[in-house]
Write a protein that binds this ligand. Sequence first.
Ligand SMILES: [Zn+2]
Length: 219
Amino acid sequence: MKDIEKILEVHKLRKKREQLICSVESGESKKRLDMALKVIADGKHSAERLDLEAIELRKRFINVKAAIENVEKMKDSDDKKEMNEGFFKLNRLGSQLEDIEKKIIEKAAAFTDLKRALVKADADNKHFKPIYHREAAAIKDEKGRLDLSIKQLMEKIEDRDLVRRYEEISDLAMVSGETNKEFCQACGSSMPLALMEIVKSRGWTTCETCGRIVYANPN
Ligand SMILES: [Zn+2]
């Protein structure tokens, strides 16, 4: 096996490794688990916020209630002006109180929704976490085998320039086209004759435009 063929094989194994990891890390159970964890984390903040808002509303409720009690006396006054003012203020405070009550009901409903979402997220977390861990454990062996094969292949490559270049760029492209009209299949740049000579003798070179390792079609 030529050095460039070994690198091609390494590249293939690395892709396989990536796909393997991706199948778990982008899989359904990981997605559902992350979603549940986000709801739980966000839910904590939302609950704290709702709590503070509820405290604030209760304070306002008590204040308005106290103000109403004060004004109640005014409307029984013998002074007509003061009585009218009393009614006017009572009216205004009454609608303020209604507004606060409405908001308290809204917050209570939001809290119920939040609790429901948290219960569901908690159940999802319990359900999907072990599935995700099982899936991650299941690919561990194959991942280990791939890592070992990659390592062994890399060690067998005599052309250390090729290894260094691959470690830098981690990408390869085939040269294609007719003789004297060859181009890099990745970026489309034409390959100068001098570089094609290197490809023929050493098996690979670097594309002057995109920097990828370029090689000739092995077939
Ligand atoms: Zn290129």
